[in-house]
Each structure stands twice: as structure tokens, then as C-alpha cells.
Design a protein around this ligand. Structure first.
Ligand code: PRX
Length: 685
């Protein structure tokens, strides 16, 4: 199998490429923090023996403990089938249903307990508390509608483009009940981005909502559905139905008209299915539960396919042991369900454990930076989960706000990007009131659940470091030649996982070759081998491992920018710019941002004869927003006379990144056009 070209450089915190040796110099060890005694006394996982039980020589048997947290219709025959590497098959022969495990099985003991607290963004709108019994009823009625009105059956794909409302988990669980594969697209993504995912997954049905509140405004969301249908049609793909939930049942929240015969108001159609019950379909453990699209090295987002049995077992175990969720906890993960974090740690993990999970519609600091703490106080939230971007924003807007509210978190999570030690310390002292334990969880859309984190009652915390592999996960750092970099070497390399795990994605939807090439080819020891030991998983992140075994994640090694904890492909943004006929070349670079971690700067050169203007800049920016969504909006569009290029014509993004980040671009004398560098510097804002 061909190996990718060695990459000798990784990105530093500022987004520019620096050498591994430089990283070693900049690496500064932080002191440890210990979990509180009260926390340890109540924690789910305090047995240090877990690491002895979960050693590689006991792999894969230890994953029985994960599957044992679920109810199975039929027990699996084989824990792991490695017959076709690296397409691992978990719990083969088992039969299971995710909806049953997240809803029905809790009715006997918890039917009156809140499953979902839905917190609308407007503060004058009452919070909805949906009990497990109500969730059961609503999931069943919707499943009946999907089966009978839409004709959906197991294996079909359905695209969801829904905001953060209780109807989203209801819809996901209704699909799961039927064995229908859901593909939820982040509501902030554009109609065009939604269309690409509809077409790739071949979803005949799109489920959306008419509107939702965001930063004080009622947004028209239905209009994106119309764009999605039209864009899919351009690709030759026709949808049967668009189901539109009403944000305010009984009245429309969107001025966009419904299309006769294609669009249906879910709330109206549901009336016909009142009281209907649908037996959960007994699905093979290996069948897909959902697709989650994410950005990669090429422009096209890839549909990560996650299984029912392995995925659910993995998120349930990690929710219980790393998030420390007990059924009596009120758990709030402030991520969006449109990302993997929301799937695993708002919906599937917490609900499988019969927790109460908070779904908050709006932005964290609306109407002010005290909002999250008021919600926590009102609902008695005791486990809180968010991203460094949200923490930075809340710290900036209301550094002293948390102290004004009477809530107590026992546990807090950070996820999605590296967290600066200073921000971690504010999170710990102010948000956690010095009492809450913090886990810094490193993982990816592809992984289903956490890979590296401290075990909260067992390990000490170290600001800025994710921690060791969680029990059962055995990470390793390889250099470009495939040599292991030992703990404490001070050198950065590619973080990989030695062993498969049940939460890992099964493949890229309709692109198994890319799955093998991107994640396994580089460090595969023998492409013919059926031994999992020969197939380490390459995450695509640079990392260093300290002497204590803790990993510090440095960021992506590929062409991906992590904006506010979300992956955006630079090629996706560049292609969106190139749609404008004026643009001939585009290059995106990450720029350090005090709140969002990284934001994209977009450099473009225009067709000969065209003059730079603000109008063209705006047009290019608008094209990025309509192709991908506001999350990808460039900080600046910089129109340059020419791109800095190597003699072979390759655009030197490294030079552009240095300029955007106000760093020294280094020696540029070997470029084909070194004189352009000063001209670009003069243009850069
Ligand atoms: O670069 C790593 C960063 O986010 C990437 C995964 O992004 P995504 O698939 O969108 O999933 C985000 C939520 C799981 C990783 O490749 N990342 C994620 N968590 C951390 C992190 N970087 C540093 N520390 C983390 N805790």
C-alpha cells in the first residue's frame, strides 16, 4: 500500500507550520489538579484495576463490559470479526435496537423522570420537560408516521436539517426504532451543504423545522429546505417528501410557502398517528445507525457511518465512566446535535443511561453571559459539557457571572479543540467553583466517542492536556518513518490508536477506498494481514506525550481548519470561492482567534484585467456562506496580485498563514515569485 508523502511539520497554536523541535521547546508542563473527595465518593469508575483488565493482551474481550450495559434481543456470537481489515465488525450476530435502549427499557423504573429538558432561547418561553413516558409516546407516533406516511423501512436514509429542539432527538429515535439511518446536518449549514449530503446519502425524505430562535431572532429555516431540494435536483436527485416541524405548534414560523404535494407539516400529519405504537425493529448490531458528515482532505465531506451495537455500547460506557452520568443526574452538553458530540453525548449516551439531558436552542451568551448559569441553576444541572470556544466567549463576556448563580457542577467536560491552560483554569475556578472535576476529551467524528481523557475519579487533571487513552484505548505516536516516539521524548508526531474499538466508524459512506487510504494506509504494516495489530488507526492530529503518559493534542496535520471546535475543509472553502467567476485561485489559511481558536483567512487572485474591490470581496464571502454556512465565513477576503508559489507552481499556504498570523514567513528566496510576499504583506489586515 502506498504511503503518503512524509509530513515533517505540524501546525502550532497560531496555525502556522513550525518544526517538531520548535514545539518541543515551547512545550511547558502544567501542574496537576486533584478531583474532589466528594466526587470520588460517588463516581461510577473508581476501580484502578480497570487498566489491568483493559490491557492489549485482553483485547477485544474487555469490550464485553461495554455491551453489557445494553439490552440485546439476541446476544452476539463474536465480539470482533477482523476478517476484512480494517472494516472491523463488532458484536457480530447480535440483535439490538437503539431506540429501545434509550427509551422503552427505562419505562419500568423511570417513566416519570425527565428525559429531555428543552430550553427555548427566548427566556419568557417556558422550559419543556419531556418525561421518558412522553418521549416513548412521541417517538412511537413519529415512527408510525415515518413508516406509514413516508414508507420508510430499515436501511433507508433520511436527512434531518433540524435546529436544537426536542423534536430532533425524537426524530432520531423514531428513525432508529425503524432501523432507518439518519443523517442530521448542522442547522447552521446552508441549503446547498444540506443538498450535498442528501444526494450523497440518497435520502428520499428531508425532515426540517420551519424556524428557530438564534441570538434573539426567529430565523426562517424552511427556506433552506427549498434551496436544498432545488440544489439536489440540479444533481439529478429528487426527494419524495419534505417534513416540516413547526417550532410553534399550530402556527407557521416561516414566510416561505409550503409546496403542495411535497411539503407536509409534521404536527398536522401526526394527528392521524395518535396513540400508535411501533415495535422496535430487531436490527443486526452491525447495521448502520446514522451517518455524520465531516470535512477531510478533499473538498467533498465524507459520510462517517456508525453502527448500532458497537457505537451505542461505546457511547453508553463512556457516558457512564468518563462523563460519570448516573440516572439521577441532570446533564447538559451545550454542543449542537448537528455535530458528533451532540449525537453521542446529548442523545444516545445520556438517554441510554436514563439521564435527564438538556437541549438548549440558542447561543450561550444570549441575552447575556449569565444565561448558561441561570439555566444550570433552574434545572439543577450537575454535569456540564462544552467547548473551549464557548468557554472563551463566556469568560470574555462575563468573567464573574458564574459566581452570581446557585448551581453546582460535579463534573465538566471540554471537547473539540485544544484548551489554553489559562482558559482551563478559569473554567475550573469560576464555572466549576473549584469543586468540579474536568475532563478534556480528545476524539473525532470518526471515533464515535472519547479516545483520550483522564478517568475523572482516578487521574489527576493537567490543564491543556487531554490525558492518557481511556480504558481500552491504546494510543501511540509515530514519527514520519513509523518509529514510535516514546513518552517524554518532547517530540511531536502523528497520534494513532493501536487497537480497534466498538465506537469507531465502519466506513465512509460509498467510499471504502478513501476510508482505508486516509486512516489506515500510512502506518499499515502489511496490507494483506488480517491481524488488527498491523492496522493502527491514524487520527490526523499532531500530538506530544509527556512523561506522565498524558497526550497534548496540537491540531490537524491535514488541510482542515478547526473553527470553534468544528472541522472545515480548506478545500471546501476554496471551492466555494472559485464558484465566483472573477476568482482564478484561492487559498485558505487558519488564523489564531482569541475566541474561536482558529478562523479562515481567504486569499484570492482574480482574472487578469479585473480590479480588486470591496464588492468582489463581499461576493466571495457570500459565496462561502451560501455554499457551506456562516460558520465558514472568512475573517478577511484578501485579493492579491498573485499567490506566493514554489517553482513547481504550488501555492505556499505556509507563507500566507505566517502573514495572516503576523509571523515571520521565513526564507522566501526559493519561491518562484518572492517579490509578491511584500505586496501581500501590505494588503493583509
Ligand atoms: O484536531 C482534533 C480536534 O478536533 C478534531 C475532531 O473534530 P470533529 O471531528 O469535528 O470532532 C469534534 C468533537 C469530537 C480532532 O482531530 N479536537 C477534538 N477534541 C480535542 C481536539 N483537540 C484538542 N483537544 C481536544 N480535547
Amino acid at each position: 500500500m502506498a504511503k503518503d508523502k512524509p509530513r515533517r511539520q505540524v501546525s502550532d497554536q497560531q496555525g502556522a507550520e513550525i518544526s517538531e523541535a520548535q514545539i518541543a521547546v515551547h512545550w511547558q508542563e502544567e501542574g496537576y489538579y486533584s478531583p474532589a473527595k466528594d466526587f470520588i465518593a460517588q463516581a461510577n469508575l473508581t476501580d484502578k484495576g480497570v487498566f489491568k483488565r483493559f490491557t492489549l493482551d485482553k483485547f477485544p474481550g474487555y469490550y464485553k463490559e461495554f455491551a453489557a450495559l445494553l439490552d440485546w434481543y439476541k446476544k452476539w456470537d463474536k465480539i470482533l470479526d477482523t476478517g476484512k481489515p480494517p472494516f472491523w465488525r463488532w458484536f457480530v450476530g447480535g440483535r439490538i435496537n437503539a431506540s429501545y435502549n434509550c427509551v422503552d427499557r427505562h419505562l419500568a423504573r423511570h417513566k416519570n423522570k425527565t428525559a429531555i429538558h428543552f430550553v427555548p432561547e427566548p427566556e419568557n418561553e417556558a422550559i419543556q420537560h419531556l418525561t421518558y413516558q412522553e418521549l416513548f409516546v412521541r417517538v412511537n407516533e413519529l415512527a408510525a408516521l415515518l413508516r406509514e406516511f413516508c414508507g420508510l423501512k430499515s436501511g433507508d436514509r433520511v436527512t434531518l436539517h433540524m435546529p436544537m429542539v426536542a423534536e430532533l432527538p425524537i426524530t432520531m429515535l423514531a428513525c432508529a426504532r425503524l432501523g432507518v439511518i439518519h443523517s442530521q446536518v448542522f442547522s447552521g449549514f446552508s441549503g446547498k451543504a444540506c443538498a450535498d449530503r442528501i444526494t450523497d446519502s440518497e435520502s428520499r425524505v428531508l425532515i426540517t423545522m420551519d424556524g428557530y430562535y438564534r441570538a434573539g431572532k426567529l430565523l426562517d429555516h424552511k427556506e433552506k429546505a427549498d434551496i436544498a431540494v432545488a440544489e439536489a435536483a440540479k444533481d439529478g436527485f429528487k426527494l419524495d417528501k419534505v417534513l416540516v416541524w413547526q417550532r410553534r405548534p399550530g402556527r407557521s414560523s416561516s414566510p416561505t410557502p409550503m409546496v403542495e404535494g411535497r411539503d407536509f407539516v409534521v404536527n398536522d400529519v401526526l394527528v392521524k398517528y395518535r396513540g400508535k405504537r411501533v415495535e422496535p425493529v430487531q436490527m443486526p448490531a452491525e447495521a448502520p445507525l446514522f451517518l455524520m458528515y465531516t470535512s477531510g482532505t478533499t473538498g467533498k465531506p465524507k459520510g462517517c457511518q456508525h453502527s448500532i451495537g458497537g457505537y451505542l455500547a461505546y457511547v453508553t460506557w463512556t457516558s457512564k465512566m468518563i462523563q460519570d452520568i448516573h440516572p439521577e443526574d441532570v446533564y447538559w452538553c451545550m454542543a449542537d446535535i448537528g455535530w458528533i458530540t451532540g449525537h453521542s453525548y446529548i442523545v444516545y449516551g445520556p438517554l441510554a443511561l436514563a439521564a435527564s439531558s438538556v437541549v438548549y436552542e440558542g447561543v450561550p451568551n444570549y441575552p447575556d453571559a449569565g444565561r448558561p448559569w441561570r439555566i444550570a441553576e433552574e434545572l439543577g444541572v450537575n454535569i456540564f459539557h462544552t467547548s473551549p470556544t464557548a468557554i472563551r466567549a463566556l469568560r470574555k463576556d462575563g468573567p464573574d457571572e458564574p459566581a452570581k448563580y446557585h448551581y453546582h457542577f460535579k463534573h465538566m467536560t471540554t471537547v473539540g479543540e485544544p484548551i489554553e491552560p489559562a482558559v482551563w483554569k478559569w473554567y475550573h475556578k469560576m464555572v466549576g467553583k473549584g469543586e468540579a472535576v474536568i475532563v478534556d476529551t480528545w476524539w473525532q467524528t470518526e471515533n464515535g466517542g472519547f479516545l483520550c481523557s483522564t478517568v475523572p475519579a482516578i487521574h489527576k487533571m493537567k490543564p491543556g492536556s487531554a490525558g492518557p487513552g481511556i480504558p481500552g484505548i491504546h494510543p501511540v505516536i509515530y514519527d514520519d518513518e513509523g518509529k514510535e516516539l516514546p513518552a517524554g521524548s518532547g517530540k511531536a508526531g502523528n497520534i494513532c490508536i493501536r487497537n480497534p474499538w466498538p465506537g469507531g466508524f465502519q466506513t465512509i459512506w460509498k467510499d471504502p477506498d478513501r476510508f482505508v487510504k486516509q486512516y489506515y494506509a500510512r502506518y499499515c504494516r502489511n496490507p494483506k494481514s488480517k491481524d488488527w495489530r498491523d492496522w493502527p488507526y491514524m487520527a490526523g492530529d499532531g500530538a506530544v506525550q509527556a512523561k506522565d503518559g498524558y497526550y497534548r493534542i496540537l491540531g490537524r496535520i491535514d488541510d482542515v481548519i478547526n473553527v470553534a471546535g468544528h472541522r472545515l475543509g480548506t478545500k471546501e472553502i476554496e471551492s466555494a470561492a472559485l464558484i465566483c467567476p472573477e476568482v482564478v485561485e484561492a487559498a485558505v489559511v487558519p488564523v489564531a482567534d482569541p475566541i474561536k481558536g482558529k478562523v479562515p483567512d481567504l486569499y484570492v487572485s482574480l482574472k487578469p484585467g479585473l480590479k480588486a474591490s470591496e464588492e468582489i470581496e463581499k461576493k466571495i464571502s457570500a459565496s462561502v456562506v451560501s455554499e457551506i454556512g456562516a460558520i465558514a465565513r472568512p475573517r478577511h477576503v484578501i485579493i492579491v496580485p498573485d499567490m506566493p508559489k514554489t517553482r513547481s507552481g504550488k501555492i505556499m499556504r505556509r507563507v500566507l498563514a505566517a502573514i495572516s498570523n503576523r509571523q515571520d514567513p521565513g526564507d522566501v528566496s526559493t519561491l518562484a515569485n518572492p517579490e509578491v510576499v511584500d505586496k501581500i504583506k501590505a494588503l493583509s489586515r
